[in-house]
Unconditional design. Sequence first.
Length: 296
Amino acid sequence: MNQKALPPLNWLRAFEVSARSLNFTHAAEELHLTQGAVSQQIRQLESHLGVALFKRLPRGLSLTEEGQSYLPVVQDAITRLAVGTNEIFGQHKRRPIKIRGSLAFLVHWLAPKLAEFRQAHPHVDIRYISNLWVKELDGEDDMEVRWGHGQWSGLVSQRLTWDTLFPVCSPQLMAQSPLREPADVANHLLLHVLGYEEGWGYWLKRVGANDVDYSTGMQFDTLISTLRMAELGQGIALARSSMVEELLREGRLVEPFTQRIEASESFYLVRSSGADLHPDAMTFSTWLVAQTHRYK
């Protein structure tokens, strides 16, 4: 079945205004056009659709059945377009800060602190987009939160976290099968995060549990997934300290061992080295880096 091509927006706008007022003269005044121009656009729309939308009466206009059916569809589309345009490009709307970064960092580290920033800077809008395995900084973004060693060509980086690695599990799993030493993790499902250089194999070797087969278990592409699985008692996750402070404090996760291994990777705030930050973005960047020293 062939689909009817979408008519030009100015034709649809002329139809909506004319249908609302049932008067081409009033429609022309609202659209800042001549009556002839409005009439022509309506005729073009009717020709395009292959039906008459108006009945031309001696004393005005009325809608045909097709026009009555089409009007709410057009009005809904125009309203949605107007609302969306205003939300994103409103005349007096400030430019939002555009940040790309880890979903786990947002959920477990940044989100609880954002209320303080909003209170201090209520007119600064933030657009945070989570993205996996970013290789290049998007030119449209002001900054990015990235996990790694802190050295990326062409980027300026500021360290945000100082992480240690250690296993976490649910209190229920710990109660059902106590974990007394690192080798005991072999009795449980290991939850892996793809892409991290320092995973279960790294931690187990560093604590001397060389006999544990760390190749088994479930694999996920985000740390937030493994933490949620651990919280549900479905396995043991290898946590980054900055991501689980609240979960440990609330008792949703527990740390079964005392062995914490310093991570060589951490979260960094990065931006292009040659770009000047927007004033609002600079305000946010300064605030964010200051938080790292409060929670270090």
